[in-house]
Ligand binder design. Sequence first.
Ligand code: NDP
Length: 245
Amino acid sequence: MSGIEGKVVAITGASSGIGEATALLLAERGAKVVLGARRSHRIEALAGRIAAAGGEAVPVVTDVKRREDLSRLVATARRRYGQLDVLVGNAGISPISALDDLRVADWEEMVDVNIKGVLYGIAEALPVFRAQGFGHFVHTLSTAGLTIVPTMSVYAGTKNAVRAISEGLRQEAGETLRVTTVSPGFTRTELADSITDPATRSGIQEGMDKIAMPPDAIARAIAFAIEQPAGVDVGEIVVRPTAQS
Ligand code: NDP
């Protein structure tokens, strides 16, 4: 199947920013979207907006640190819509800081959400994709993984771990599955809220306010990958604001 119309797409981190914009765009183009995030009021409201516009969406409260929540996300897609075409592993946090600060709890949280959260999605969706004979993983990385800068080393490390996992997955996937990574640059979302060091947070927020792109820019890149014919796998997409060095 090519195109977006009728595809069943589960999205983690759908309650704000890139995940929310992706859900709105894909639903507008006829996808059935399964909305995963922890903030139930946000994904319920989003599902309501999509339904009011004539689209199809179901919210599923999902904490990607819990494998059973990913299991429920995938199971809901199949029960409600009969299949799962795409899993967008997008949930992520970036409580960045200098290594000297030893914010070890933040390091652990980034590993749990950004790496293990994606792995749990693979663990739940891969057997389903194999049984169906089709499926597509889309993982949100970051340009922070391409150019490593101070304060971002652990965050960049988590994104590069997912880059390696995604490339391995692509090589193992065979002819019937697709794997895409999308690396956004500065994008106007709530991501800076997860930064626990006040000075780093205000610096990043300032950068975001100045040059960030709207999250719809990333949603369009994800839609481009999904809408390709089944035999075409868009591997890596990098999208930056023109003002980002
Ligand atoms: P937001 O903070 O707006 O969105 C993050 C999403 O992740 C929210 O929906 C949040 O939902 C979800 N999330 C966080 N923790 C968990 C969890 N434990 N379980 C489930 N969902 C979780 O930021 P963005 O939209 O920017 O972030 C989306 C992705 O884009 C992330 O992977 C981020 O690293 C990446 N990215 C963003 C860039 C930017 O400049 N904004 C640049 C490069 C990459 P909830 O809190 O409701 O669970």
